[in-house]
Design a binder for this molecule. Structure first.
Ligand code: SF4
Ligand code: SF4
Length: 391
């Protein structure tokens, strides 16, 4: 932060009452900030973090590794945004945390594991935070006979392309089955991990590249099955000045639209009790609470049951904000709590709409032997036949 920008942040951070509501659910029935719940120390709640950053901004304390570790021990889940009682101010809470991280990173205090995300993404062999060899998606385009120009671009995202390929393949099959005129691009990371961890110096070249690739196809719509890509492309890219002028859909939104317009109707049955885990970056950050639920409810036989904490009060899966890489054991502990809550519903399937949630829930499911089937919505849809009604 420099000059006027730092002044703006300083005066805004100063408005925090230090009342502490931000760490609870709306009914105060549970501590819902994963960070505070673990550390039980005010500095690890949003209010505490803001005042810590404020102290550094006005020079009362020095930036340090210890201080950066406090800033980075947050999943950016957005519970504080929902539950801070200070309207308008609350909209900016996660932005403050990410801006403070950017300041820490600029001063050389980004922790090494999170810094590795940047190093791998910048490496031209990878262009993704996983350090996997870059996939141009040319083979997938060939395999699925996708055109050079199309109405939609399916932005796969790094987690689906390199870690949860079943979500990628189920999305491709759905788009084909639903007769969507789409294609793929040679994409690079959307930069969600970099935005979340305050490593924003190089995002411009990645976003410019991705937008240029999308524009080459003539597409006016972008679709993704990843909550992180969705929030980043729809909100962060625009916020950082890259107004691509395209409509961005999560797959759940397209499916919901096709159902509402009576273009598809599910035929197959799925006789299972399913509980839905709201991904923070689709729900609290983008307010898509009901759309995925409406899709689950349309699947014949499927019984949708809610966990005690859901929608704006959902307990985070624990993977976001660089926590999965920075604090891997803690990330699994957070998911363990989610799986315990899911088991109280009697569901056998826990489903989400984000490949990163699926990864962490699945890792915890395996580690703690909770015996759930962990499935993304699109993987579940992949199992169901549907009728397509063409215009
Ligand atoms: S974003 Fe989530 S983890 Fe971070 S301070 Fe807010 S409630 Fe806590
Ligand atoms: S962030 Fe909001 S809820 Fe949290 S301590 Fe500050 S004013 Fe209170």
């Amino acid at each position: 932060m420099a000059g006027q920008e730092a002044q703006d942040w300083k005066s805004m951070i100063h408005r925090c009452f230090r009342c502490g509501y931000c760490k609870f659910t709306t009914t105060y029935s549970d501590i819902n900030c994963p960070s505070y719940k673990k550390y039980r120390f005010e500095t690890y709640s949003t209010g505490g973090r803001l005042w810590l950053a404020y102290a550094a901004l006005i020079g009362d304390i020095s930036w340090s590794e210890n201080m950066a570790n406090v800033l980075y021990a947050c999943t950016t889940c957005g519970n504080c945004v929902e539950n801070c009682r200070f309207d308008k101010f609350n909209d900016f809470l996660v932005d403050f945390i990410e801006a403070a991280r950017a300041e820490a990173a600029a001063k050389g205090f980004c922790p090494d594991p999170q810094k590795a995300l940047l190093d791998r993404t910048l490496n031209s062999k990878f262009y993704n935070p996983y350090g996997e060899l870059h996939a141009t998606n040319a083979e997938l385009r060939k395999e699925h006979e996708l055109p050079d120009e199309a109405e939609w671009v399916y932005f796969i995202g790094c987690t689906s392309n390199y870690r949860q390929q079943n979500i990628r393949d189920a999305t491709l099959r759905f788009l084909k089955r639903a007769n969507i005129n789409f294609t793929l691009i040679d994409e690079r990371c959307c930069c969600s991990p970099l935005f979340r961890t305050g490593q924003i110096n190089s995002v411009k070249e990645f976003i410019d590249y991705n937008i240029a690739q999308i524009k080459k196809t003539g597409a006016t719509k972008i679709i993704t099955s990843c909550a992180g890509c969705y929030k980043t492309i729809k909100k962060d890219w625009i916020k950082f000045g890259f107004d691509h002028g395209m409509t961005v859909y999560h797959t759940a939104e397209l499916i919901y639209r096709l159902i509402s317009e009576e273009k598809i109707r599910f035929k197959g049955k799925y006789d299972k009790k399913v509980t839905y885990h709201d991904p923070c970056h689709l729900s609290r950050h983008m307010k898509l609470y009901e759309v995925p639920r409406e899709v689950y409810k349309e699947i014949p036989g499927l019984e949708l049951v809610e966990m005690k904490r859901n929608k704006e009060n959902a307990w985070c899966c624990g993977a976001g904000g660089g926590v999965k890489i920075g604090y891997p054991e803690w990330a699994l502990e957070i998911s363990k709590e989610r799986l315990q809550e899911a088991s109280e519903t009697g569901a056998t399937v826990i489903s989400s709409t984000c490949p990163f949630c699926k990864t962490n829930l699945n890792d915890a499911n395996n580690k703690f032997n909770t015996k759930f089937q962990v499935l993304d919505l699109i993987e579940l849809i992949d199992k169901i036949e549907f009728e397509l009604k063409c215009d």
